[in-house]
Design a protein around this ligand. Structure first.
Ligand code: B12
Length: 261
């Protein structure tokens, strides 16, 4: 495999127009967004600065003080938030993002090792990333959290065709199905899935997440239930297993998300 350890990306990917025109330097943006705690900050920085060789050690150190869920949510995800910001501003390029995603993936795997898995399955969840969409980091984190909370996950991966999702739900009869979309071009798959499920007489909560969607959009089609954070997955799955339909989950969404329902 290509050894990139001696490559100085700062010297390769500099966009001088942005460096000279941007009012804010990447370091200033990062300083505002990174966590303050040194252990979590190191984890986030390893994602941000693509240190995929260091990240497992950093995550291990953070795990000595924090729960795996906290290391993911307050460390790894914060690092990726900065990557997204720098990419959105044209400061980071796609290769940066790909290497940061690799670091993130290794970090999540390390944190997952520390999670306990319940012996008895509480229920089944079918998960996928929308057709045409390669962004699976958030879905993978949500899958880790659902599994560690005792749910059996049928992970269909990314870029999953609409009919494959529908067929899998019909075949496995899960308590809940989830979809993730980070691109505005892919989110239209969700209402299609909902419509085809209803045509087949299948009604279950369809949890939709990812930067491309919001609560208003997800609640504009039947079955849709919005999720903003991976941590919300187990709460929603618990209600689906309890027998709450999508309308009841929607009506109690605020209480559920604030832990009051
Ligand atoms: C990492 C990344 C990539 C990586 C993805 C690697 C991977 N394996 O996922 C790579 C490099 C492959 C990539 C490629 C591209 N990307 Co990209 N990418 C990003 C980036 C920087 C971060 C996304 C991310 O992982 N965030 C961190 C995770 C944790 O967040 P998340 O997925 O949203 O998950 C959270 C919640 O949504 C929720 N959640 C998610 N799923 C689920 C499920 C359940 C059940 C629950 C409960 C919760 C939940 O929980 C998580 C937090 O707790 C974003 C920028 C951004 N601001 O989002 C751009 C971004 C998504 N990419 C974008 C684009 C355009 C592309 C490309 C088309 C670029 C190109 N020109 O080629 C290509 C895709 C080409 C293709 N079609 O194949 C755009 C999309 C724009 C749009 N609105 O359509 C963005 C927004 C960047 C931008 N500002 O322009 N990208």
């Amino acid at each position: 495999m290509l050894d990139t350890s001696n490559v100085n990306y700062d010297e390769i990917f500099v966009r001088y127009d942005i460096v000279s025109e941007s009012k804010e330097k990447p370091e200033t943006i990062a300083a505002k967004m990174l966590p303050k705690d040194p252990l979590l900050k190191k984890v986030a920085e390893d994602v941000l600065y693509m240190k995929w060789k260091d990240i497992e050690a950093s995550v291990k150190e953070a795990l000595a003080k924090y729960k795996p869920e906290e290391v993911i949510d307050k460390g790894l995800v914060k690092g990726m938030d900065v990557v997204g910001e720098l990419y959105g501003r044209g400061i980071y390029y796609l290769p940066h993002v790909m290497l940061a995603a690799k670091a993130m993936e290794l970090g999540v795997k390390e944190a997952e090792k520390k999670m306990t898995t319940a012996m008895v399955t509480k229920g089944t969840v079918v998960m996928h990333v929308a057709e045409g969409d390669p962004h699976d980091i958030g879905k993978n984190i949500a899958a880790v959290l659902l599994r560690s909370n005792g749910y059996s996950v049928v992970d269909m991966g990314r870029d999953v065709p609409v009919d494959d999702v529908v067929n899998k739900v019909v075949e496995t009869s899960p308590h809940m199905v989830t979809g993730t979309a980070l691109m505005t071009t892919t989110m239209a798959a969700f209402p299609k899935i909902a419509e085809r499920l209803l045509e087949k007489g299948v009604e279950l909560p369809f949890v939709c997440a990812g930067g491309a969607v919001n609560r208003a959009y997800v609640e504009s089609f039947p079955l849709g239930v919005f999720a903003e954070k991976a941590m919300q997955g187990p709460t929603l799955a618990a209600k689906a297993v309890e027998g709450w339909d999508y309308k009841k989950i929607r009506s109690k969404w605020d209480e559920l998300m604030s832990g009051k329902a």
